[in-house]
Design a protein around this ligand. Structure first.
Ligand SMILES: [Zn+2]
Length: 160
């Protein structure tokens, strides 16, 4: 492979062809690499969302729910979302939390079980995005390790 533009030699070419079309959906999830492939599979196959925009950071959408002490990215994430809604024409945002999330390990939750706090945070994040009145549909899921796989539950099915 030869040199392109301002960068050095190409070292790899993707098997997946490039597709120009945007689908108007974005997913916000935790950057925990152990769940990365499964998140991708769920969004591609479970929700039929190819080429969705990704926002991955520790705790996923937890920052949108506050937690100022643990997360200073709230403002940055809101700016990113505003940009994607406007420039990429988003009409659907998917939030995914996961069990055993490191972000919640040291978070003060007032004695609440981490999953209970995650559920509250997902609801708060949905509410936060809905206050912008952009008409974007927001939905949330919980990824849980189960029998060597990862299952995805809707928000209503998250039990404590
Ligand atoms: Zn996590």
């Amino acid at each position: 492979m030869k040199q392109h533009g301002a960068f050095g030699q190409a070292v790899y070419a993707s098997q997946t062809p490039f597709d120009e079309r945007r689908i108007g959906a974005a997913a916000i999830y935790c950057s925990d690499g152990r769940f990365g492939e499964q998140m991708d599979e769920f969004l591609h196959r479970g929700l039929q969302l190819p080429r969705y925009d990704r926002i991955a950071l520790p705790g996923g959408s937890a920052c949108l729910a506050g937690h100022a002490a643990a997360c200073q990215e709230k403002w940055a994430m809101e700016r990113q979302l505003e940009f994607l809604i406007r420039e990429h024409g988003l009409n659907r945002i998917i939030l995914i939390a996961h069990d055993g999330c490191g972000f919640y390990k040291h978070l003060r939750t007032g004695g609440r079980h981490p999953e209970q706090q995650q559920r509250i945070d997902l609801l708060k994040a949905i509410e936060r995005i809905e206050t912008w009145n952009t008409g974007v549909a927001v939905e949330a899921y919980f990824a849980r390790r189960h029998g060597g796989r990862v299952v995805f539950q809707t928000l209503a099915q998250i039990k404590f």
